[in-house]
Design a protein around this ligand. Structure first.
Ligand code: ACO
Length: 397
């Protein structure tokens, strides 16, 4: 029996601070007119609290998606977080999200495919659900790009924004959901866009920071050309897999990198521009968060209904590109979850904090009780007993 991967919950979160093109005019040599006409962007949201990281935005979007799905964190089997700006190089941001939500039954890992990451995640989710391995997946795209942007580089700082979008994907025997996918990459373009410092190739160093290697570097023009081609091509592939002609598609959900890229790709696809949803004017390029946030906005605006045929397409650093075809299955707008269920979820999130704090306290207590490897005085026999229990050493005769 075919198992379909249907999207049953969705949510987005934008940090409240808005940075307009006019704000940027005061920071670098640019103009509102240049940014609007070359990119379509008017403003973008950004995190201005140094204590907030990608996982925090992800958790907020996830809570909204779980509320729409009317599920609790305990219902999730797997969390995938697509991000280009993880909280850390490792551990995975998905694990931090898992802990914050209290999704104790869930596995967790990050998807690293830059702006295509969310669509890669949808393709993975479809495969995992179809195989019968997993029933319920929480997929999130989240970014705090503002922390890695060079605010003196007018060619990049005008483009990016922060935010997060999430979906809950559930196995169903009823036809619908993510029906076809296409994943692509061209690593020969890896140097066109990226964050040079922080990995094993160029670990963090004072010299590197002085040279600005801790900021996003981009060669815009070749990416532009690549983007138009692969957004159209990947969309065409999934449409062919579905047997859809351009007129069959109800809505294209494109990665929001540049309005001109989207217009050119739509022209190549011979799909009228009215069938593409855009929020780039108010969001900028939010990398992995872009596609899920467009999806949420399109649903909220009534552009997606049960039975709608959607093409989601994107590209990004890597270079990567991807598309999926979706036959929308869920009711829109989503019915309000009953109040008592929302209260239950809230209690669950608070309990998750308590549970996490307790687990850390228990670990700290063991650490104290067992003491350091060398010495430890009164702790030596306790350590011996504990090691025996763990099977790390045989019983003392
Ligand atoms: N304000 C004013 N002038 C600017 C600015 C700015 N913010 N930025 C560049 N310019 C200038 C350039 O210096 C150049 O001046 P010159 O002609 O004197 O040399 C002129 O504007 C034109 O520059 P171009 O690079 O040709 O401008 P273009 O029309 O290509 O637009 C842009 C640049 C917006 C970057 C475009 O190339 C683009 O969108 N490329 C794709 C980038 C992209 O999508 N990146 C994200 C990928 S997704 C991910 O993984 C995060």
């Amino acid at each position: 029996m075919t198992r379909y991967a249907r999207i049953v919950g969705w949510g987005k979160f934008l940090p409240p601070k808005v940075l307009t093109n006019f704000d940027l005019e005061r920071m670098v040599d640019t103009s509102d007119e240049w940014i609007r006409t070359r990119t379509g962007i008017r403003e973008r949201h950004m995190v201005n609290d140094p204590n907030i990281a990608s996982s925090d935005l992800a958790v907020e979007a996830a809570k909204r998606a779980l509320s729409v799905a009317d599920m609790t964190a305990g219902d999730i089997d797997l969390i995938m977080v697509a991000t280009s700006t993880p909280d850390h190089l490792f551990p995975a941001t998905a694990c931090i999200v898992q802990d914050k939500l209290g999704a104790t039954q869930a596995g967790a890992f990050d998807v690293s495919a830059a702006c295509s990451g969310f669509i890669y995640g949808l393709a993975l989710a479809r495969g995992l659900i179809a195989s019968g391995e997993i029933d319920t997946i929480l997929l999130i795209g989240t970014e705090v790009l503002s922390r890695f942007v060079d605010w003196n580089d007018r060619e990049t700082c005008v483009l990016f924004g922060d935010g997060a979008g999430a979906v809950v994907i559930k196995a169903s025997e009823e036809r619908g959901g993510v029906m076809a996918s296409m994943l692509g990459a061209d690593g020969s373009g890896a140097s066109l866009l990226g964050l040079p410092m922080g990995g094993s190739r160029l670990p963090p160093s004072v010299d590197g920071i002085a040279e600005g290697e801790n900021h996003i570097k981009m060669k815009g023009r070749p990416i532009f050309r690549f983007a138009v081609h692969v957004m159209a091509e990947s969309s065409r592939v999934v449409m062919e897999k579905m047997g859809w002609a351009p007129e069959d598609v109800d809505l294209v959900v494109p990665h929001q990198a540049n309005e001109r890229i989207i217009r050119a790709a739509m022209k190549q696809l011979k799909i009228p521009m009215e069938k593409a949803y855009l929020n780039i004017a108010t969001h900028g390029n939010t990398s992995t968060a872009s596609v899920p946030m467009v999806l949420v906005d399109a649903i909220n605006e009534g552009r997606i209904k049960q039975g709608s045929k959607l093409v989601l397409t994107g590209f990004g650093a890597g270079l990567t590109y991807a598309a999926v075809a979706i036959e929308w299955g869920a009711r829109t707008p989503a019915p309000e979850a009953p109040i008592h269920r929302n209260i239950l979820r809230k209690i669950g999130y608070n309990l998750a904090h308590v549970r996490s704090a307790m687990r850390r306290a228990v670990r700290a207590f063991y650490g104290f009780l067992l003491g350091p490897e060398e010495g430890g005085g009164w702790r030596v026999p306790i350590r011996q007993k504990f090691d025996e229990w763990l099977g790390l050493r045989g019983k003392e005769k």
